[in-house]
Design a protein around this ligand. Structure first.
Ligand SMILES: O=C(O)c1cc(C(=O)O)oc(=O)c1
Length: 315
């Protein structure tokens, strides 16, 4: 089946980080049929660099991954909508992400990166474009640490618009960040399950600490995403593998089963910074029924929850 996403990725005007793995061209058609109205609740656009230059402060230079390629993948996989999360390679310049929202005809919402001096008029404009959240990143290989006061200043600006804060952090840093997170007075959305060490016991104290954090407030959501990033023993979603990333399943399944109304799923296309392999996104979609085994859990994870968070006025 030919899709425009089969075109080989390129990187215009920028030199990619050495060893960069490009997104998988020509993904298979998912065997798991996504329910009507499914949302890819975590994906990115990269550039194209010629039109939307990568930020000078970036920690990596990716291959291009345009909005048209993202929308072609959406259609090919059977998603209806996207949530486009600002990628760190674009810093706090949200223009590529906003351009994708604008082109989507209402089928995409966004999560932005903001500096503390952002004005109310700028936040209002982003809201009108479809942005509904701001991302705070604590992963040191991706961004330099931001002073807490800067983050507070941003929270004050976005709170009146009903936005949430998306947090990305390493499991080992949760103990230090927990109190700060719990003091943020808007809903929180955790990226990639808080990056558990999946070589450890899913019933062990580390993952229990994560679940306890989720139990601390009813408005903490979790993306049960990125098995391709978190998996240690695989097997990868390649070469027709239909039971990929088995070691991640018990972690994600615990979250889905305990918090069925506050979990989200997305592809994480174009999968920045993978070093080992690049998944076939069609096979990656096949991960979902392993972590959400019933049609009801699947509908909540893929349709009801993301629609409630990002399109509360839909239907
Ligand atoms: O783990 C990562 O490297 C990663 C990077 C980014 C980004 O650069 O924005 O986003 C993600 O969701 C994951």
């Amino acid at each position: 089946m030919a899709t425009s996403s089969e075109k080989a990725p390129s990187s215009t005007g920028f030199e990619k980080t050495p060893g960069w793995l490009d997104w998988y061209a020509g993904p298979s058609r998912p065997q798991f049929r996504l329910p009507e109205g499914a949302v890819d609740a975590h994906c990115h656009v990269f550039g194209p660099g010629e039109e939307f230059p990568y930020a000078p402060e970036r920690k990596y230079t990716p291959c291009d991954a345009s909005k048209d390629q993202l929308f072609a993948l959406r259609n090919h996989l059977g998603f209806t909508r996207n949530v486009v999360v600002q990628a760190t390679c674009h810093g706090a310049d949200n223009t590529a992400m906003v351009d994708a929202l604008r082109a989507s005809g209402g089928l995409a919402r966004g999560v932005a990166t903001l500096r503390p001096d952002v004005t109310d008029a700028e936040v209002r404009e982003l809201h009108e474009e479809g942005v509904r959240g701001v991302r705070f990143n604590f992963v040191k290989r991706l961004v330099d640490a931001a002073p807490r006061q800067h983050l507070w200043d941003v929270v004050e600006k976005i709170a009146p618009y009903g936005w949430h804060v998306v947090v990305y952090f390493e499991a080992a840093d949760l103990a230090d960040l927990r109190d700060f997170f719990l003091s943020i007075p808007v809903p929180l959305v955790i990226d990639h399950m808080g990056r558990p060490d999946t070589a450890k016991d899913p019933e062990g104290p580390d993952f229990e600490a994560f679940l306890n954090f989720m139990r601390a407030r009813p408005d903490i959501w979790c993306k049960v995403t990125c098995p391709e990033r978190l998996s240690v023993s695989g097997p990868p979603a390649l070469d027709g593998e239909r039971a990929a990333y088995r070691d991640v399943v018990p972690f994600a399944r615990r979250v889905v089963e305990e918090f069925p109304d506050r979990v989200l799923w997305g592809t994480d296309w174009p999968h920045p910074n993978l070093t080992d392999h690049m998944p076939d996104d069609g096979l990656l979609v096949g991960f979902v029924p392993h972590i959400a085994p019933t049609p009801e859990l699947q509908r909540k994870l893929l349709v009801d929850n993301p629609t409630r968070l990002y399109w509360p006025d839909a239907n």
